[in-house]
Each structure stands twice: as structure tokens, then as C-alpha cells.
Design a protein around this ligand. Structure first.
Ligand code: AMP
Ligand code: ZN
Length: 485
């Protein structure tokens, strides 16, 4: 599109802690696996940051001309309240609390998750469910059991000392199982983890299967190894997740993958099952870690109920680099919304222009080169957004070409600028009880009164609206007609 050759895509690999050039394993293709949600509850917006990041990565790979296969799994079995195989099963616990079956709980929250993905313009991906792969998980366990596992009362455990470089991803000292409390009877190393958890004698679980190690359920880490291998083939290009997964879940997945492949140590990155491991940093609240149990549950639906368009949240995510911690605040969300609104207003001026085929144009060369350099440098979305704004600010140029440039950049950012309007971005809390049609009607009448210089009538209408909590915004630089005061 420009004279500048597209920049080489470089990404931060958590396994080496270095920024590396991305070279596809299968020429012309990119295969990505993203650890998905445990569907025992709603996802909070921190969780959704992980998928906005993964989606931006996927869009970037496509933008670089690669055919993308992207999986986000659905964990509907096996995840305990602690990532290190301790505590209760999250699914069964919620099922008991709500008096529903674990299966119903899983379906309900998966659907809710998929609704939120769509609201955030996350492109459709494959969403395999763990419970559909139990047979394959058992087969995997049988394959690695002899050399790498041992049985104890509570199930089949993976011995992390049987693979080279266990814990390299976490940079953990594993000899003493730093940070882990050993409560499982008979475990050899504190970091050992369950491949299969037997249902305790005398109990029945809602989700359980027969296996060579007795009736029970698979350990949580196993599903991602199995679905990654089945759906993408080892080694695939990139495995992603939130930064917490760098500590336990992904080191355990890697150990299983090494065992399955009979691979050596991790100096050869592909022995881990993937060439690159990428992790997004956390969305945090000022008070600390975001949680589903304390305070206001920050779901995307809550943002919507308070009147914010969900894509304001995508904008908020893009404004920070994915490897930086991001602090959530309502003011921050409002600022992101305002920025999005400015972009949408500029894009609206191009709405009628037929989008041209993307062509070189000297007026956009600088913005495009900046955009490409920023995105290619480990997904530098904060700078890429400024390049988009540079392009929107270019004057005296064919509207069709401008539209093409903006659309081209937006394929990576996923804001859907040409699908949004000022009206859809208006802050409209669900409990405000406003009748928008009546407001618009009053404004039309007021406009007519003003045109006829009937200022008394015009002021009366303004006061009438003010009494309903609607502020008329004459001459607002952002082009709003009214807002809720
Ligand atoms: P979970 O449903 O707990 O398995 O989490 C789903 C995804 O969200 C995982 O990739 C987590 O690493 C990620 N995650 C959890 N909390 C946050 C947060 N506060 N900010 C960003 N990502 C998170
Ligand atoms: Zn996973």
C-alpha cells in the first residue's frame, strides 16, 4: 500500500523473554491457541482484556497476509478454585449454589461469554469444549502415564522432574515448589499436578467419566494440551493467555507436551508445543486484583447498563500496550469513549464515499508507515491509534481513498468505525428511563422555533427537557445535540 516495505512482525515471546521475529511454522499460515474461560460464572472485563489482546494478535497476523486458525477453548470441566489443583471444582460448586446441573451452568455462561466477544468485535473463532475431548484426554494420559506419571489415592499425577526445564516459562525455582502448598497426599514434588482426579469413594460427581485410573474427571491443564494438539498440530505458532497462566497452567501444559512428544528441553522453543507463548498483563482496580466475588462485579454488561458502548472498552484496552498493567476507572472508560466518538465523527464524513481499492497515496504514506511500524513492534496499539488519528486528520484528499486507509487500519484495531454512529455511542444508562424519540421530537420542534426566531418557545422546550434531566448541548464541539445531565 505504501512505498515502505511492510515491517517485519516482531512479538514478545514469554518463553525467551525476548522480542523475536515471527516466522510462521506453516508457510502462509498462522495457528494460535488462546486459553479460554472457565464457564462457571460471567467473565469480568479483566478476562475480556485477554480476548481483545488475542483478537488483535489474530487480526494482525491476518493483516500480514497469513491464513489464521485461532482456537479459544471453553473450560467446562476440571478447573479447581486454585490453579494448582487444590480446592473445589469451580463448575460443581456453582452448580450446587444455583441448584442447576453443571452442564446447564456451562452452557449458560458460554453463551454469555460469546455474546461479550461479539460485542467487543472479537472475530469468530473455534470454541472447543473440554467435555467433548475427554476420550482424547484419557488417551493422552495413557500415553504419558508410564514414563511421567504416578498414581496416588486421589488420582494420576504428573511428575514434573521427568521433563527437562520444567517451569522455565515461569522462571520458577521448582525444587521446593515455590509458592505452592502441598495438600495432596503422596505427591512427589510440590509442583506435580493432576492428569486425572478420581472421584472420592462414596461420592458421585455430575461430571465424571470412566478411565484406567478409576471414575473421575481430567485435570484442568490437560485439556489445553489435548485440544491444541488435536486442532492445531504440534508445534503450532503461538499460545496465548493472561499473565497468571505463565506461572502454573502454561508450565504444566508445556511439561505435558514435552512428555507427549518425547521432546527434550526448552532451549528449542518448539519442544514446548508452540513456538511462542504470549501473555497479556492484567486489568486491575485501584484496590488491587479484579475479582468476581468482591465489590461491584465488573462485567461488560455492567458497563452497558451504565450507558457505555462496549467498544469504548475495546478502545480502552487498545490505548494500553498489552504487556502493561491497565488500571480500570470509569473516567478512563469515558475518556476512551470520547476518543472513539471523535474518530467516529471523522469517519462519518466519509460515510458516503465509495471505498476505493487500497492504493498508494503520498498524503497517507507517513501515517501508514507509522501504523505498520507500531503494530509490527509487538502490537504497539497505543501508537497505532495515533497513526489512525493522523490519517483521519489528512485534509483535501479523495474521501474514498481516505476511507480505504481508515478501513485498512481498522481491520487490525477492530473498532468497526464505519459501523458506529454518534447516536449509538451516546451515554444512555439503562435505568435513566428516557424516551429518546420524545427527546428527538422536542429538539426538532425547538430547531423550528429557533429558525422562526421564536426564542420564547425555544427556551420553553429547553426548560421542559431540563426538567427531565436532558441537557441541550448547543454548539458542542463533539457534535452532540443532548446529554443526560
Ligand atoms: P479464567 O476464566 O479465570 O480461566 O480466565 C480467563 C482468561 O482471563 C485467562 O487468560 C486469564 O489469564 C485472564 N485474566 C484473568 N484475570 C484477568 C485480568 N484481571 N486482566 C486480564 N486478564 C485476566
Ligand atoms: Zn489453557
Amino acid at each position: 500500500m505504501t512505498d515502505t516495505a511492510p515491517s517485519e512482525l516482531r512479538l514478545f515471546n514469554s518463553l525467551t523473554r525476548e522480542i523475536e521475529p515471527f516466522t510462521p511454522i506453516h508457510p502462509g499460515e498462522a495457528r494460535v491457541y488462546t486459553c479460554g474461560p472457565t464457564v462457571y460464572n460471567y467473565q469480568h472485563i479483566g478476562n475480556m482484556r485477554a480476548y481483545v489482546f488475542a483478537d488483535t494478535l489474530g487480526r494482525t497476523l491476518q493483516w500480514k497476509g497469513l491464513k489464521l486458525t485461532h482456537v479459544i477453548n471453553i473450560t467446562d470441566v476440571g478447573h479447581l478454585t486454585s490453579d494448582a489443583d487444590e480446592g473445589e471444582d469451580k463448575m460443581e460448586k456453582m452448580a450446587a449454589r444455583q441448584g442447576k446441573s453443571a452442564w446447564d451452568i456451562a452452557r449458560f455462561y458460554q453463551e454469555d461469554f460469546e455474546t461479550d466477544l461479539a460485542r467487543l468485535n472479537v472475530q469468530p473463532k473455534a470454541h472447543p469444549r473440554a467435555t467433548d475431548y475427554v476420550e482424547e484426554m484419557i488417551a493422552w494420559g495413557e500415553k504419558v502415564a508410564d514414563k511421567h506419571c504416578y498414581e496416588v489415592e486421589s488420582g494420576l499425577y504428573f511428575d514434573v522432574s521427568t521433563v527437562e526445564d520444567y517451569g522455565r516459562l515461569a522462571r520458577a525455582v521448582t525444587e521446593d515448589g515455590e509458592g505452592r502448598i502441598e495438600t495432596v497426599e503422596g505427591k512427589r514434588n510440590a509442583a506435580d499436578f493432576a492428569i486425572w482426579r478420581k472421584t472420592p469413594a462414596g461420592e458421585t460427581r455430575q461430571m465424571e467419566w470412566d478411565s484406567p485410573w478409576g471414575k473421575g474427571a481430567p485435570g484442568w491443564h490437560l485439556e489445553c494440551s489435548v485440544m491444541g494438539e488435536k486442532l492445531l498440530g504440534f508445534p503450532f505458532d503461538i499460545h496465548t493467555g493472561g499473565i497468571d497462566h505463565r506461572e502454573i497452567h502454561h508450565p504444566n501444559e508445556i511439561a505435558q507436551n514435552q512428555a507427549f512428544c518425547g521432546c527434550g528441553g526448552l532451549s528449542e522453543a518448539t519442544n514446548s508445543g508452540a513456538r511462542m507463548w504470549m501473555h497479556n498483563n492484567f486489568l486491575v482496580e485501584r484496590s488491587g486484583k479484579m475479582s468476581k466475588s468482591s465489590g461491584e462485579f465488573l462485567r461488560l454488561q455492567l458497563l452497558i447498563d451504565k450507558g457505555y458502548h462496549p467498544l469504548a472498552y475495546r478502545m480502552m484496552c487498545l490505548q494500553a500496550h498489552y504487556r502493561s498493567e491497565l488500571e480500570y476507572s470509569w473516567d478512563g472508560l469515558e475518556a476512551a469513549l470520547t476518543r472513539l466518538k471523535r474518530m467516529v465523527m471523522a469517519a462519518e464524513r466519509l460515510a458516503d464515499a465509495p471505498s476505493q481499492p487500497v492504493a498508494e497515496h503520498p498524503k497517507f504514506a507517513a501515517a501508514l508507515a507509522k501504523f505498520d511500524a507500531a503494530i509490527s513492534d509487538d502490537l504497539g496499539t497505543p501508537i497505532a491509534l495515533t497513526a489512525l488519528e493522523d490519517a483521519l486528520a489528512v485534509k483535501k484528499v479523495d474521501a474514498g481513498i481516505k476511507r480505504a486507509v481508515i478501513e485498512y487500519m481498522d481491520t487490525v484495531l477492530g473498532l468497526g468505525l464505519f459501523d458506529l454512529t454518534r447516536e449509538t455511542l451516546r451515554i444512555r444508562p439503562i435505568d435513566a428511563g428516557i424516551d429518546e424519540a420524545a427527546i428527538e421530537d422536542a429538539l426538532t420542534r425547538r430547531k423550528a422555533a429557533r429558525a422562526e426566531k421564536d426564542f420564547a418557545a425555544s427556551d420553553a422546550i429547553r426548560d421542559e427537557l431540563a426538567a427531565k434531566g436532558v441537557e441541550v448541548m448547543d454548539g458542542d464541539p463533539l457534535g452532540w445535540d443532548w446529554k443526560l445531565s
